[in-house]
Design a protein around this ligand. Structure first.
Ligand code: UDP
Ligand code: MG
Length: 328
């Protein structure tokens, strides 16, 4: 029997938990041929969240929990979940029921049989079945708009394919879990990591529900932080900006230099003071920006190095040794 771990980061979710429990129990009843592990990561909640979870565990040992010493943020809660999950696959879900548990059988279906709905035949298994939002109920147009623009910018800055309108609600095969566990950087942007690890991905459309109870833990400052983290952890292309500015500066310098020299020789007119000043300004600002760019290039490499990511992940190996580690 395969085991499914459902990881649920929870921060001040006492109001959502009873309803969440109902829905999850229904789900578990409907999927009798799987073993379940519900793993709550209590992210330093200030309300009764952990007491409620502990009580749930007393009544049903399929409920598990990791309790943080303080609030570390959802991204860290997610990696802790991966570290503690024991299932053959894991599913990330929010505690506020914005991710409907009823979609889980479909995610599992694709993971198990890789059902291909275009050709309506069994294809290969999928490693990463992610739920893509068809609609976003209960969210303001501003949030929708900013999120759309953000994905656009993010995709422009990287060659890794980014999944649009996709949250953290997804099913990951054990080998994706093991891959993600290798990415131990502290400034985490899990969404970019899902893209980075690759493997066979499959999208499933769903309607995102409004929050069932309580209020969102996000505000715009936090969202902007997340957005900047996303871009800066994905790419170092902002650091390249000065190189891009230096090139046109030198071009202008060059053209103006030729113009002044030619004028000097053809019209036999001495170089004027303002021309010399403009040339000097162009030259030195060009040099400065270029040097910044060079520093940026090296900084970018150091930055990527310090993240300590594995250089590549092996999808398949013709022998035994590596595969065992990959499959964990
Ligand atoms: N969450 C968390 N730590 C935090 C903030 C949020 O573990 O510091 C959890 C929260 O309990 C919920 C999920 O992350 O299960 C998503 O949070 P929320 O619903 O507030 O975000 P939104 O859906 O509005 O993006
Ligand atoms: Mg939510």
């Amino acid at each position: 029997m395969k085991k499914i771990s459902i990881i649920i980061p929870a921060y001040n979710e006492e109001e959502s938990l009873p309803m969440l429990r109902d829905r999850i129990e229904k789900l578990m009843d409907s999927m009798k041929n799987y073993e379940f592990e519900i793993l709550f990561v209590n992210d330093g909640s200030k309300d009764r969240t952990i007491e409620i979870i502990k009580k749930m565990r007393e009544e049903d040992t399929r409920f598990n929990y990791v309790d943080f010493s303080r609030n570390f943020g959802k991204e860290i809660a997610m990696i802790a979940g991966l570290d503690y999950a024991t299932g053959d696959c894991v599913i990330f879900m929010d505690a506020d029921l914005q991710d409907p548990p009823e979609l889980i059988p479909e995610l599992v279906k694709y993971w198990e049989q890789g059902y291909d709905d275009v050709q309506e035949v069994k294809s290969e298994e999928y490693d990463d079945v992610y739920a893509k939002r068809r609609s976003r109920k209960g969210e303001t147009w501003l949030k929708k708009f900013t999120s759309k623009m953000y994905y656009k910018v993010l995709q422009k800055t990287t060659r890794i394919e980014i999944q649009k309108d996709t949250g953290d609600f997804r099913l990951l095969d054990r080998r994706c879990v093991n891959a993600l566990k290798k990415l131990r950087e502290s400034e985490r942007n899990t969404k970019s990591m899902f893209s980075w690890i690759g493997y066979k991905k499959k999208e499933v459309l769903y309607d995102r529900d409004p929050r069932i109870a309580g209020t969102t833990k996000w505000n715009y400052i936090k969202l902007i932080d997340l957005a900047i983290d996303g871009i800066t952890s994905f790419t170092t292309s902002p650091l390249r900006l000065s190189t891009y500015i230096a090139i046109p500066t030198f071009l202008v310098l060059f053209v103006y230099f030729i113009y002044v020299i030619v004028k000097c020789f053809v019209i036999k007119q001495a170089i004027q003071a303002f021309q010399a000043i403009i040339l000097l300004i162009l030259f030195f600002s060009g040099v400065q920006i270029l040097l910044f760019g060079i520093v940026g290039e090296y900084l970018g490499r150091i930055f990527n190095e310090t993240k300590n990511r594995p250089l590549y992940l092996v999808n398949e190996y013709n022998g035994e040794k590596e595969m065992n580690e990959e499959k964990g």
